[in-house]
Design a protein around this ligand. Structure first.
Ligand code: UT7
Length: 310
């Protein structure tokens, strides 16, 4: 039995904050942000909206898109580093809001690689026949943990959520291979004290190396080569990091998701938000081979090679 994505949805706050808006509140410029990161604007949630609200909206859409009911979900996994509170988990809050009565529920803390960790965890339950449907959500309200006086980090992040219902798909479809990893010795380069603290240059070096290695590794594990890749969804942190992964695959520009421009870095939500965007734009089609690769605080990383479709 193969595990794949059978329904998707996302939620993005309405409020758009452009680089020009940030110029007015801190010592930065649209030019610096665009050329160093690729970001042009990001979405910021209002005071009434927390991580669980965005997670819920994305989840409702994904469940509808999967054509199942919430009561059929066996497990809810929410990847987040910005839960509403330490506990109960966002996953438990979702379980209540959705009325997913039989679902077990827990959050996953693997920062920007969280959605990859969630999908791979779901795969284990589905492929062993233990569970049929697993709801995997990446949801973040990073704006509440960003120091708006620190230009090194404040310009990078955005809020949002993306969700996928995972379930059994036909042979040859779904997750073909994966790689997860962690290096706790690098934890000091990206962490939250009161606010997010980051050594940008160190994270940059790690990200370029790891994204390249992990994405090639999953292809090898699946017995495929870079010529087989139809679409690349890297974690949307910085266009320069993403470009290095794309060049390694020798993929044309239009075959890589670049939602970072509009949404900034939404941590665990960036990959599922991109999946929805690219499927809706017709860029990911039935039978396409897609490679997803994330990295983040921990340090953590994860990559998945997946054949799209049911
Ligand atoms: O989800 C995972 C999370 N994180 C990442 O993926 C981040 C990875 N790292 C990066 O994306 C990049 O390192 C950054 C975008 C954070 C920074 O780009 P950089 O090219 O590595 O710049 P830098 O840190 O070397 O800083 C260059 C200069 C510094 O000035 P000095 O010291 O050279 O005078 C900074 O103070 O740019 C300055 N700077 C800014 N200037 C205008 C830093 N932030 C800003 C800003 N506006 N927002």
């Amino acid at each position: 039995m193969n595990a794949g994505i059978i329904g998707i949805g996302r939620s993005l706050p309405e409020k758009i904050v452009t680089n020009f808006d940030l110029e007015k509140i801190m010592d930065t410029s649209d030019e610096w942000i665009r050329t160093r990161t690729g970001i042009e604007e990001r979405r910021i949630a209002d005071d009434q909206t927390d991580t669980s609200d965005m997670a819920y909206e994305a989840a409702v859409k994904a469940i509808e898109n999967a054509n199942i009911s919430a009561e059929e979900i066996d497990l809810i996994l929410v990847a987040t580093v910005t839960p509403d509170q330490p506990f109960p988990s966002v996953a438990c809050m979702l379980q209540e809001k959705l009325g997913a009565k039989k679902a077990a529920a827990m959050d996953i803390s693997a920062a920007c690689a969280g959605f990859m960790y969630g999908m791979v965890t779901a795969k284990q339950f589905i492929e062993t026949g233990t569970y049929k449907y697993v709801l995997v959500v990446g949801a973040e309200k990073l704006s509440k943990v960003v120091n708006w006086e620190d230009r090194n980090t404040a310009v990078l992040f955005g809020d949002g959520a993306g969700a996928a219902v995972m379930g059994p798909v036909s042979e040859g479809r779904g997750i073909l291979s994966f790689e997860l990893g962690a290096d706790g010795t690098g934890g000091k380069h990206l962490y939250q004290d009161e606010y997010v603290i980051m050594n940008g240059r160190e994270v940059f070096k790690f990200a370029v190396r790891q994204m390249g290695e992990s994405s090639i590794n999953v292809l090898e594990k699946a017995g495929l080569s870079k010529e087989d890749v139809d679409f690349l969804i890297p974690h949307q942190a910085n266009i320069r990091i993403m470009e290095s992964a794309r060049q390694r695959f020798e993929l044309p520009e239009e075959k890589m998701s670049k939602t970072v421009r509009k949404y900034g870095n939404t941590s665990a939500a960036s990959i599922p938000i991109s999946i929805v965007e690219e499927v809706e734009a017709g860029k990911i089609k039935d039978d396409d081979l897609i490679v997803m690769v994330g990295f983040g605080g921990g340090l953590t990383w994860g990559a998945i090679a997946m054949r799209w479709g049911l």
